[in-house]
Design a protein around this ligand. Structure first.
Ligand code: HMG
Ligand code: MG
Length: 299
């Protein structure tokens, strides 16, 4: 299969990137980050997470973030909603798109959302129904698609099974998460092949973390399979609170640099994105994990 001509970036920095930060980050900083990302040409931003503040304290200001966004035309501002409670709160704040998140591993599902995979799917059904009634689209995440911190290897067939369940329930897109970044390119390809037997490839997204430095190589492999939606985080911020040692998402700047080199359109201004990476890492005193971002800042 040929590379796609256009790739849509899903910027998860304000959510996946910040959710694990131990020191409180002000709502104003989050709002400025989201606005700068929009100004750089990102068309889809995961802005907040309507989860329990006891579980993920950093996302406790989800209402303030969602309500006070300086919305720009043509940008989707989305939020995670693990259950009806989260969805109702997100709807009250004017969310236009949400995401449910399940896993291909039983143990990870228990640690992350406190229920089995089957229970999570049953919990998502009313979320999808309610969202549909409100005219809100739902994205579906599947975590641990290339390995689990508790169970180790994950069979591609299990990833395909959970993905299919979410897709049939009405999720318009399935984002496949290498939560702990242990995947390698051939594994990533095989996983995509298994999932795309049931779901059109245009409905799949790659969500790769870079713990072992493989995320860009894995992305190249799945772009070759026809994947045209990529989740990434500015400056490579992030980590999952329920996956110890896992590092951030692949850096958005690095993805855009790669795609530019392949002649694949994104509509994103790489310099503005790199400036945003420099700004946020200074604002929260974190190292910039984007190689392209660091190189561009040093010019
Ligand atoms: P639970 O304890 O099983 O739920 O948590 P519960 O219904 O029994 O409620 C317990 C308490 O939480 C109650 O409060 C509820 O009101 C409250 P209390 O009576 O104790 O004061 N509660 C909520 N509060 C705010 N918003 C809500 C909500 N729901 C219940 N939506 C729950 C279940 C899912 C809520 C919990 O396990 C949770 O919040 N987990 C957070 C998981 C999380 O955010 N993980 C990180 C994001 S996933 C990720 O990073 C992976 C991804 O990037 C893809 C990848 O990389 O693989 C997406
Ligand atoms: Mg993630």
């Amino acid at each position: 299969m040929a590379f796609p001509t256009h790739v849509r970036l899903v910027e998860v920095g304000p959510r996946d990137g910040l959710q694990n930060e131990p020191e409180p980050i002000g709502t104003a900083t989050k709002l400025e980050l989201i606005d700068r990302l929009g100004a750089a040409g990102i068309s889809y931003i995961e802005a907040a997470s309507f989860v329990s503040p006891k579980w993920v304290p950093q996302m406790a200001d989800h209402r303030e973030v969602m309500k006070n966004l300086a919305r720009r035309d043509g940008i989707t501002y989305a939020a995670l909603t693990p259950n009806l409670k989260g969805l109702e709160a997100a709807l009250e704040c004017g969310v236009e798109e949400v995401a449910v998140f399940g896993a291909a591993s039983e143990a990870f599902s228990q640690k992350n959302i406190n229920c089995s995979v089957a229970e999570s799917l049953a919990r998502f059904e009313p979320v999808l129904e309610r969202a549909k009634a409100a005219g809100v689209r739902v994205r579906g995440y599947v975590s641990t698609v290339l390995g689990c911190p508790y169970e180790g290897e994950i069979a591609p067939a299990k990833v395909a099974e959970v993905s299919k369940a979410l897709y049939e329930m009405g999720c318009y897109e399935i984002s496949l998460g290498d939560t702990i970044g242990t995947g390698t390119p051939l594994k990533a390809k095989r996983m995509i092949e298994a999932v795309s037997r049931d779901i059109p490839i245009a409905k799949l997204a790659a969500h790769f973390h870079d713990t072992y430095g493989q995320a860009l190589a894995n992305l190249y492999a799945v772009l070759e399979e026809g994947i045209a939606v990529v989740d990434s985080s500015v400056a490579g911020l992030g980590g999952c609170p329920y996956a110890k040692g896992a590092s951030g998402n692949v850096a958005s700047e690095d993805v855009v640099y790669l795609l530019n080199g392949l002649g694949i359109e994104t509509g994103i201004d790489l310099d503005a994105l790199a400036d945003t990476g420099t700004w946020i890492t200074q604002a929260i005193s974190r190292p910039n994990r984007s190689k392209a971002g660091v190189a561009l800042a040093a010019r």
